[in-house]
Design a protein around this ligand. Structure first.
Ligand SMILES: Cc1cc2nc3c(=O)[nH]c(=O)nc-3n(C[C@H](O)[C@H](O)[C@H](O)COP(=O)(O)OP(=O)(O)OC[C@H]3O[C@@H](n4cnc5c(N)ncnc54)[C@H](O)[C@@H]3O)c2cc1C
Length: 92
């Protein structure tokens, strides 16, 4: 039996902790979504735009890519399930 266990399972840490009866804790997962704009948007932005961080996070960053897309990253919303593969229509 090991004396120490390092639980580094990220969002699965609660599940892994339950396997060896670790002290219980709550994970409040949040989802962030990237929006990649089409190349038609390339003329709109030539620099990285970063808002000042606040208590809710780093804010939504806008940046151009070397492929002439513009990316907005990332919004942040609490989720109740870890099965969240589909993009949310509200973000789009
Ligand atoms: C797209 C994206 C961009 C990001 N950009 C940034 C950034 O710019 N700066 C920043 O600071 N952070 C960023 N983050 C957040 C950062 O990646 C996470 O906060 C960080 O990876 C968390 O590290 P972790 O070791 O706790 O968990 P993870 O990196 O999630 O590692 C957990 C590992 O445990 C494994 N695992 C889970 N459950 C089990 C299980 N039951 N059994 C076995 N293995 C399991 C997983 O497969 C994974 O390999 C970003 C995240 C994403 C998704």
């Amino acid at each position: 039996m090991s004396k120490w266990v390092i639980n580094a399972a990220g969002l699965g840490a609660r599940h892994v902790g339950d396997l060896y009866n670790a002290e219980t804790f709550e994970i409040k997962p949040r989802r962030g979504q990237f929006v990649v704009y089409d190349k038609a948007a390339s003329g709109l932005l030539r620099h990285v735009l970063a808002p000042l961080p606040d208590c809710t996070g780093k804010g939504i960053l806008l940046f151009p890519t070397i492929f002439d897309n513009v990316i907005a990253v990332s919004n942040s919303s609490f989720i109740t399930t870890l099965c969240f593969c589909k993009p949310s229509p509200n973000t789009l």
